[in-house]
Structure formats: structure tokens, C-alpha cells
Design a protein around this ligand. Sequence first.
Ligand SMILES: Nc1ncnc2c1ncn2[C@@H]1O[C@H](COP(=O)(O)OP(=O)(O)OP(=O)(O)O)[C@@H](O)[C@H]1O
Length: 240
Amino acid sequence: MAIEINGLSKAFGGHQVLRSLDFSLPSSKRTALLGASGCGKSVLFHLLAGLLSLDSGRMQVDGELVDKLPVSYMQQKDLLLPWYTLLENASLPLVLSGVRKQEAHAQVQSHLARFGLADFTDHYPNQLSGGMRQRVALLRTMIYRQPIVLMDEPFSAIDALSAQQLRLFLKELQEKEQFTLFFITHNVEEALDLADEIWVMHKESTPQLQRIDSTGLDYEARRKLLWQALGVGQGVLSMH
Ligand SMILES: Nc1ncnc2c1ncn2[C@@H]1O[C@H](COP(=O)(O)OP(=O)(O)OP(=O)(O)O)[C@@H](O)[C@H]1O
């Protein structure tokens, strides 16, 4: 699937957030997007998913103009419905797509153990930890999957060990099923471990999107290059 974006711009009031972005999203690859807080990463994902409208620019899938890409979108907020149990929340996209409830539940149940959620089927979101809710959101994204998967900081609310396991799980799944993964992270190591391609979004410079070319470099050199592109010697990318 060829995904081409041209001249994509977005402003809020007088604040120009995205300035004429051009890129093709690498198909069947894992692409990481990094950049300082507030530079417009989530706005870009909202535009791609059709949750916001473009001021100008165009999006094409296999040469066809589209107003949104075919995405499963896991947002920063887990968006779980408080009055539904874990099982019902995770099954929701399948049920909405027309799968019978019983069958949707059975499908979800077969994946629960892998996500460390098998013992919590009947729990409501307010009875789950932040990390667990994130895992339910990840499961829900994976179970009703479109050709492109957008993830906005998928592992930021999860403890380090669970995050590592889920990263590995996601990587294996992507390698097996070959969907196009585009994810936002503030974690340089996560980008280096998980992504085939790494892009940095800038607030001020033009072009606003920079592709980090680290062909032939070892891990340490790639790490250094990425920190340099982020304009930071070391330490954290941004403070929330
Ligand atoms: N609906 C909106 N209305 C007005 N301004 C908005 C809206 N959504 C985003 N913005 C502004 O657009 C800019 C970019 O926001 P965005 O959420 O994309 O940043 P980000 O790079 O994802 O940041 P972070 O890494 O902290 O999540 C910010 O200045 C934000 O205040």
C-alpha cells in the first residue's frame, strides 16, 4: 500500500502547528516519530486518522485521494468506556463491525493471557491500573486491525518490564502480519529497539520532518545521532 502525503498544513487560530509536510509512509514497516512536546505529533496523527480536517494538503492511498487513512488508532488516552467490563471494552470494535457478541468475546478471550489480562475479564476500567488500561487499549487496537496502525505513546503508562514485553510482542506481530506501524514515542531506546525508520519532528526548522538515516551504524552511533537530531545532549526529551 502506497501512502503519500503532500503539503499537509494545520493551524489553530493564528498558531501554525504543521507547515506543509511531505512524506510517504513506509509500507509494512515500523516507523517511529519523535519530537519535543507540543511540536504537533498528535495533531499529525489526528489528521491522518480523519479526526481533524486539513487546512491544506492531500493524502493518497495507492494513488487515490482520501480524507482519512485506513487506520486503527491507539490514542494517548485509553478511551475505555467506564460502564463496560474489560472484555466488553476490548470486544467493542469487533461488535461494532458486525461480529456477533459471543464470537467477539471468544476472540478477545483467546488473546487475554498474552496481554497479562486473563484474570481481569470482568473488571471495570476504574478497577484496573493505568498500565492495565493501556494494555486493554493495545489489545483493542490489535484485535480490529486496519492496514495502518497509529499509536500515540503506546507504552508510556506501562511499567518498564510490561513495556518491554509488549514491545517485543508488537514487533513479532508486525513482522508476522506486515501491517504499517507509525508510532509516537518520547523514548529514544524504544524508537531504536522497535522502529525500522525513525523520524524527528521539529517545531521551527524547515522541513519540519527529518528522517534519521542511520544505515550501517551500530546501536550507540544511532543513539547518538538521534539525540543530536533532537537537539539534546542526553537526558529527557520533554517535560509534561
Ligand atoms: N484542538 C486543538 N485546538 C487548539 N490547539 C490545539 C488543538 N490540538 C492541538 N493543539 C495545539 O497544537 C500544538 C501541537 O499539539 P500536539 O498535541 O500535536 O503536540 P505533540 O507533539 O503531540 O505533544 P506531546 O508530545 O506533548 O504529546 C500544541 O501547541 C497544542 O496546544
